[in-house]
Ligand binder design. Structure first.
Ligand code: SRM
Ligand code: SF4
Length: 687
């Protein structure tokens, strides 16, 4: 029996998932919990519209005893995410109880412990911000930078969904940190929890109409789906009103109930007491720009313009998602599939209709299967579409034909389109610390720059004047933030999740392990003769949840035991196909035994321009396995030129310093520069 601590002792969850309506009714009549009042106006497909105002696991059978997961009960009894979080935050204990731990996620925080430490658990909190399109105003960047030093572990983490994470915040400092973020143009509301997460959009601050429109749409969707009850401000800034001006079209779309989407008179008109069955993810982009990994989102939205570049509407994909559980084959990563096209003025209504379809029908009995991808897989896209259409009140038009997708990194210097420049910086695994953190702060503060976070854990400095370019390039390069042409192409597209020591779900290393993995992969590529400028998209996660989207990588390493990984192959450089699991339980020290034969054969047997991902898919796993099994370790490639490099002392010392910042020797750094030079000349590029 699990006791829901903090509440009256009568609140008992009998097992993880058996919650009975009769018990719930008792609580309601005792007035202990505030519930929103009204029923949905026009029930569409819900079989349980009789349960006043409550969404109950609606694709599971509507019996008296509907099974719901424990978290559903926590949400229901929380007075819209307040209770018992508020109480738990005020007591002297270093941590918070189980219910509050679930609720605080909706406020943008996770309780964690340092898994490297033995003995008594020392609780700490990770905070995640919400930054639609990755936009970070200058003031917020500086504040985050300070907070990381004063209250965190001294680093900032850029995430795969264009947000910041601060790790290591103690409970006693949570309110100070949260309120500081809120008062400095930031928010963490809804960064985690069963609701809409940060909305992705291309981070490039282009002023072109299509990009600006995609970003405005992402902002509006984020506003539409922000929790409304005020609990966040009650808890973190003592109910202070934080003025946020919403566009009238967002307010109108949220309040519209002409198709039975809303809980009328509820503090949460879209979410109700139960919020969504699970996390929910949306990305918006423009044709060709797949910087957002569009197909991995619950909803992927693509701006469609006329021949003059004037946005007219949107193509919509649904049902993407990465998370899975080892050895449970009924859980799987899945790509979004086309739902249809809608005119531009309908987008907020359509998004709401999709969210409500998932709210009403997504499973609430077993959180492993609660993501919308499982609902769509079970129903099929036709049924899903027809239910969404009822909430939308119109039919979808046919999905418009799209050009091929490309991965865009936005690294290096680019024109914004308004006379200013932006500078995309590669940040290994999004971890900003040490000299790099100091230099970034100096530049961002001095030139009053706003920044953007990319979905690849990188950073863009915006609104840079041409006259500042040289100075900024130099200051950042001295701190190890090099122009992309000086960064190993493997690093540019690689990603790893945080994993150990703070992620409670990590099975093995990811962020801490990837620097060495990439060096070893580079050594293997060198050995088999693959040229330096040819790259492979590598993504590493410490468990199968897929936070660095490893199932879209050409080479995905997914932790499946201490120092061991599954190897996933078959993603493409433009992130449009799903990889498959090639091998299980490969020990990290045995990586070369698998990679050497694969890269050797790719080098020798590929068609011109064929990426590693395309090659592995074409060859098939049986033959790849044979290559690995028969590999004798003998690489027959022409010998390399033995190049000697001479430099004067001053140059050598400068290179040595720079090399140390990149964990290389001066010789390796020099080789990288030469390789890059040769590669770009082979490609006919200007230096
Ligand atoms: Fe994630 C849980 C980190 C993007 C799928 N993710 C976690 C937690 C919070 C662990 C936990 O539940 O206690 C990790 C915190 C680690 C730490 O100490 O920082 C965590 N996820 C991250 C970040 C920081 C990884 C990164 O390297 O940047 C990303 C933060 C995104 C953000 O700013 O909102 C992050 N997580 C993702 C993505 C990628 C994406 O959204 O594009 C995915 C796969 C896409 C998807 O959702 O399907 C992802 N995270 C998960 C899952 C599996 C969800 C599922 O459907 O099964 C979990 C576990 C869960 O939810 O139960 C999870
Ligand atoms: Fe943690 Fe797993 Fe996500 Fe990595 S993939 S951050 S180990 S939940």
């Amino acid at each position: 029996m699990a006791l829901v601590a903090g509440a009256s002792k009568t609140v008992v969850a009998e097992t993880e998932s058996k919650i009975y309506m009769s018990k719930y009714r008792g609580l309601r009549s005792s007035g202990m919990i505030t519930l929103m009042g009204a029923a949905r106006a026009l029930p569409v497909s819900s079989p349980c519209s009789s349960s006043v105002g409550i969404v109950r696991a609606v694709s599971t059978p509507d019996t008296v005893a509907v099974k719901r997961s424990k978290v559903e009960l926590f949400k229901e009894q929380s007075n819209f995410l307040r209770f018992p979080l508020n109480e738990e935050l005020q007591n002297e204990a270093p941590g918070i109880n189980e219910v509050a731990t679930q609720l605080i996620k909706f406020h943008g925080s996770y309780q964690q412990t340092n898994r490297d430490e033995r003995g008594t658990k020392s609780y700490q909190f990770m905070l995640r911000t919400k930054n639609p399109c990755g936009k970070v105003p200058n003031k917020l960047y500086l504040v985050m930078d300070d907070l990381a030093d004063e209250f965190g572990i001294g680093t900032l983490r850029l995430t795969t969904r264009q947000t910041f994470q601060l790790h290591g915040i103690l409970k006693k400092n949570l309110k100070t940190v949260m309120s500081t973020i809120i008062k400095n143009m930031g928010s963490t509301l809804g960064a985690c929890g069963d609701l809409n997460r940060n909305v992705l959009a291309p981070a490039a601050p282009y002023t072109m109409k299509e990009y600006a429109f995609a970003q405005e749409t992402a902002d509006n969707i984020a506003s539409l789906l922000t929790p409304q009850s005020g609990a966040y401000y009650d808890i973190w800034v003592d109910g202070e009103k934080v003025v946020s001006v919403e566009p009238p079209e967002v307010v109108a779309a949220r309040n519209d109930n002409s198709h039975g989407t809303n809980f009328q008179d509820s503090p949460e008109p879209i979410y109700g007491t139960q919020f969504l069955p699970r996390k929910f993810k949306i990305a918006v982009t423009v044709p060709t720009d797949n910087s957002v990994d569009i197909l991995t989102n619950d909803v992927g939205i693509v701006v469609i313009s006329d021949s003059d570049g004037e946005p007219q509407g949107f193509n919509i994909y649904v049902g993407g998602g990465m998370g899975r559980t080892h050895r449970v084959e009924t859980t799987f990563p899945r790509l979004g599939e086309p739902l249809g096209y809608v005119p531009k003025e309908d987008i907020l209504y359509v998004v709401k209709a999709i969210v409500v379809t998932q709210r009403e029908n997504g499973r609430r009995d077993d959180r492993k299967y609660s993501r919308m991808k499982y609902l769509i897989s079970e129903w099929g896209i036709e049924k899903f579409r027809s239910v969404v259409e009822q909430y939308y009140g119109r039919k979808f038009e046919p999905f418009r034909v799209l050009p091929d997708w490309e991965f865009k990194s936005y690294l290096g210097w680019h024109e914004q389109g308004d006379g200013a420049l932006f500078y995309g910086l590669h940040v290994d695994n999004g971890r900003i610390g040490g000299a790099m953190k100091k230099a970034l702060r100096e530049v961002i503060e001095k030139y009053n720059l706003s920044v953007r976070i990319t979905p690849n854990q990188n950073l863009i400095l915006c609104d840079v004047r041409h006259s500042w370019r040289r100075r900024i390039t130099t200051v950042l390069a001295q701190a190890g933030l090099l122009q992309p042409k000086y960064v190993d192409p493997l690093n540019i597209t690689a990603m790893a999740c945080p994993a150990l020591p703070l992620c409670p779900l990590a099975i093995t290393e990811a962020e801490r392990g990837i620097p060495d993995i990439l060096k070893r992969v580079r050594a293997v590529l060198d050995k088999v003769g693959v040229r330096y400028n040819e790259s492979v998209v590598i993504r590493v996660t410490g468990c199968p949840n897929g936070c660095a989207r490893p199932y879209m990588a050409e080479l995905g390493l997914v932790g499946d035991g201490p120092n061991s990984y599954q190897i996933w192959l078959g993603g493409t450089p433009n992130q449009t196909s799903l990889a498959k699991c090639f091998m299980n339980k490969v020990k990290i020290q045995d990586l070369e035994k698998v990679l050497e034969p694969l890269f050797y054969n790719w080098k020798r047997k590929r068609l011109q321009g064929e990426s590693f991902g395309q090659f592995t898919t074409k060859i098939g796993f049986d033959r790849l396995q044979e290559m690995v099994d028969k590999w004798d370790g003998v690489v027959k490639v022409p010998p390399k030129h033995n190049l000697k490099i001479f430099a004067d002392r001053q140059t050598y010392e400068a290179m040595d310093e720079l090399a140390q910042l990149q964990s290389k020797t001066a010789h390796q750094l020099a080789m990288d520069v030469i390789r890059n030079y040769v590669a770009s000349h082979q490609n006919g590029k200007e230096e």
